[in-house]
Design a protein around this ligand. Structure first.
Ligand code: ZN
Length: 96
């Protein structure tokens, strides 16, 4: 099969577009995971020692406190959430 120059350029252009699209898809993935990092934090259950990931709603204020039953051992933990100046949540907990 013989291709002329414009057909070759066409194929090269399409290949390049696909590469660029893949790059942007990768960048999207990275952005998503960064957002998730900001919205989630974890505490260690005071009863069973499991690492429990909790969603953090920063619109609830810079300091939050609530009681959550551990999803692993069902012991109630008092959760303290503090959101620092950069928006990163720090979570502490102790048994109720
Ligand atoms: Zn537990």
């Amino acid at each position: 099969m013989l291709l002329n120059v414009s057909e070759l350029a066409n194929i090269a252009g399409r290949f390049q577009n696909a590469m660029i699209k893949r790059m942007y898809d990768d960048i999207d993935d990275i952005d998503d995971s960064m957002v998730e990092l900001n919205d989630e934090a974890s505490y260690v259950c005071g009863s069973c020692g499991e690492d429990i990931v909790v969603p953090v709603d920063s619109s609830e204020g810079r300091q939050q406190q609530y009681v959550e039953d551990c999803p692993v051992c069902c012991c109630p933990n008092v959760i303290y959430v503090e959101i620092d100046e950069e928006g990163f949540p720090n979570v502490r907990s102790h048994l109720e």
